[in-house]
Design a protein around this ligand. Structure first.
Ligand SMILES: Cc1cc2nc3c(=O)[nH]c(=O)nc-3n(C[C@H](O)[C@H](O)[C@H](O)COP(=O)(O)OP(=O)(O)OC[C@H]3O[C@@H](n4cnc5c(N)ncnc54)[C@H](O)[C@@H]3O)c2cc1C
Length: 261
């Protein structure tokens, strides 16, 4: 099994601040981490390799510091890692991101399974997995919670749906996105850490990928972020005075006035 795992480096906080002038994330002083859902994708890739043999290759599109998440992935069991990095890739929306990842996966050529997290904790769209499958013209299964069996070019898996689980069979190669219920990611081993430290991580740029520069980064993006803002919270609180009885009377009156009772 040749497995490709897509990993994204994200800010290690859900309390993101937005620069109101540029409409971009304020990244200063924020530690970057592997997108948490992608750690489950990596763990599942490594487990499949341990069960059926093969190789796990991780890829990430991002600035040069995204190499950190790829080294961490090698520490946690990945065999190879490739960084997709070029100033032309900056400002990519999901379409341009998926195009760039798909070109890299096509360049790797021999693969049976592509695993992504269900979504990121910054962009949060959950669109990259399905878009990748569309671009690679292979099947896609979302919210995968268990790999039951892989046999003879087919995979039987369970996926989470709103009120239970579905069992799905798909031919390979395929793209799946995984939920956190699928496994418990392992910690890096000492051997893994040593391997990660000395690993050579190739960087593929636009030229190396042979991409059409009008389809990557900001120029290849079908969407534009016009404005990013937090909703204003307006609190109209009122403390009722008097004894309990008069407070209750006043409350009922206010609810009636508002036609809520
Ligand atoms: C409102 C908004 C504003 C944004 N502003 C900016 C901006 O100003 N500048 C900017 O550069 N970007 C910006 N982005 C981010 C950019 O559009 C996304 O990071 C990118 O397109 C991926 O989408 P996502 O994070 O929603 O991934 P999802 O679709 O949620 O990711 C699903 C899975 O796909 C894989 N994946 C996703 N991205 C990558 C990647 N880069 N490398 C490897 N695997 C990946 C992972 O396995 C991940 O778990 C913004 C996004 C939004 C929604």
């Amino acid at each position: 099994m040749n497995i490709i795992v897509c990993l994204k480096q994200v800010p290690g906080t859900t309390q993101v601040k937005i620069d109101s002038q540029t409409n971009t994330l304020v990244r200063e002083g924020i530690k970057n981490i592997v997108n948490p859902f992608d750690t489950y994708a990596l763990e599942e890739g490594v487990r499949i390799k341990e069960r059926y043999g093969g190789k796990v290759t991780t890829i990430s599109m991002g600035p040069s510091q995204a190499e950190e998440v790829l080294r961490e992935a090698i520490g946690a069991g990945a065999d190879e890692a490739i960084l997709l990095s070029d100033s032309a890739f900056a400002g990519a929306d999901t379409l341009a991101t998926s195009y760039t990842l798909a070109r890299a996966i096509s360049k790797i050529r021999e693969y049976d399974l592509v695993i992504c997290g269900r979504q990121t904790i910054d962009g949060d769209t959950g669109q990259v997995g399905p878009e990748l499958a569309e671009m690679l013209e292979i099947p896609f299964v979302a919210y995968v919670s268990q790999i039951e069996e892989i046999d003879d070019g087919h995979m039987r898996i369970q996926r989470m749906v709103e009120d239970g689980h579905e069992v799905v069979e798909t031919p390979l190669p395929a793209v799946i996105t995984v939920v956190k219920e699928i496994n418990v990611p392992r910690l890096p081993s000492l051997r893994g850490l040593a391997k990660a430290k000395s690993a050579v991580i190739p960087v593929w740029d636009a030229q190396e990928l042979g991409v059409d520069e009008n389809m990557v980064g900001l120029s290849g993006s079908a969407t534009r972020v016009i404005k990013v803002f937090f909703p204003q919270r307006v609190h109209h609180g009122e403390i009722l005075q008097g004894n309990l009885e008069s407070q209750a009377e006043s409350l009922v009156g206010k609810l009636r006035d508002a036609r809520l009772v």
